[in-house]
Design a protein around this ligand. Sequence first.
Ligand SMILES: C[S@@+](CC[C@H](N)C(=O)[O-])C[C@H]1O[C@@H](n2cnc3c(N)ncnc32)[C@H](O)[C@@H]1O
Length: 328
Amino acid sequence: MPDEAPHIPVMLQEVIDNLAVRADDCIVDATFGAGGYTRAILAEGASVIAIDRDPNAIKAGQNLVVEQGGKLRLVEDRFANLEAICAEPVDGIVADIGVSSMQIDEGERGFSFQQDGPLDMRMAGEGVCAADVVNHAPRKDLTRIIGLLGDERQASRISAEIVERRAKQPFETTLDLAALCEKTLGRNQKTRIHPATRTFQALRIFVNRELHELADALLAAEAVLKPGGRLVVVTFHSLEDRIVKRFLLDRSESAGGSRHLPQADMAAPTFTLKKRNALAASKAEAERNPRARSAKLRAAIRTQAPARARDYALFGLPNLPEPQEVAA
Ligand SMILES: C[S@@+](CC[C@H](N)C(=O)[O-])C[C@H]1O[C@@H](n2cnc3c(N)ncnc32)[C@H](O)[C@@H]1O
């Protein structure tokens, strides 16, 4: 990728290796972003169905669609809708979970605690925004959102300060909320992590329902992949990786039976794991691209067994209200 690439694709070589792309394959890139993975897959001769919920990403990808003359279909949608998007079974699916550098770098999208902008954080630009949650959610919900989705031990202190402050003046901007987090927690000189990091992460995940989206996408992938089809998922924090790990461990074992039942009565595994553990980025990549440091890649191959019933319990999703329930 050239230096001016808007988003440097993470673990690109590992993604391509694990997708094992063959010419004439049809591969889904569930998170088009700046098209880093899509370009590499197209270069292997496959056709691509690329999805992104962000209208800016879709607009920016239109030149590539024209250039590829029918090899690339670009769909503005949520990847949870994978099954409805794919008319036919596909040979591979890749998802690169989270936000793109473009989204973080554009202050007016409201994702960054370092750039001023409206407190928005909606990837698709519709529905409940971060300011709605911060200004209206009951304190107990705010504490749980920030604690569970941001892994923030001081969630209760932050929510108390938010509630006190919003009674006088609602939050409108990113820097406003970032300043409150800094005032509440102070700067940790040792870690150099900004005190708003976890709160912003939590709000972003909550507003975009990111964990539910991921769970839905995994279940859809099981339905949409051909036997022998490859699934590759790259995540950037432990909550997401845990969801992928739980799903793949569950689906790579026989299920439904007890050890007293004959093997024939148990549902056969729907995936074979390429490796039991997640892959990390190489040291060289982590040095070149700080974003790659927390990346984890998991890959699996679809078996012939029929997809199993949708069971959300296996994901261990945090029990939180829906964004529209707290933002009224
Ligand atoms: C990390 S970036 C992907 C970067 C891409 N792999 C590349 O090389 O340029 C993640 C992208 O996924 C999109 N995204 C996140 N959640 C989504 C969802 N539920 N449905 C569709 N797109 C989603 C974001 O809008 C963002 O553009």
